[in-house]
Design a protein around this ligand. Structure first.
Ligand SMILES: [Zn+2]
Length: 77
């Protein structure tokens, strides 16, 4: 698709890192599948991927950890 930020670049399948912070807890997901703009580098994470991450983050926070860094897996959602 065309990039919505710079309006010139084309996006390609890549990966990004998503950081979620809430109530003093920081959770980092690495290797999250995303569309990346080849011009400005803007990253687009799909809505279902984001909701999967939020759900997983909630579970992790219930465990009481303050910092958690993990790789995204397809079975997260
Ligand atoms: Zn762009």
């Amino acid at each position: 698709m065309k990039c919505m930020i710079c309006k010139h670049g084309e996006t390609f399948d890549g990966f990004t890192t998503v950081t979620l912070e809430k109530n003093g807890t920081t959770i980092v997901f690495q290797k999250v599948p995303a569309l990346v703009c080849d011009k400005c580098g803007e990253k687009y994470v799909k809505g279902d991927v984001t909701s999967g991450l939020l759900k997983k983050a909630k579970e992790i926070m219930l465990g009481g950890v303050k910092v958690d860094i993990r790789e995204y897996q397809l079975n997260v959602a």
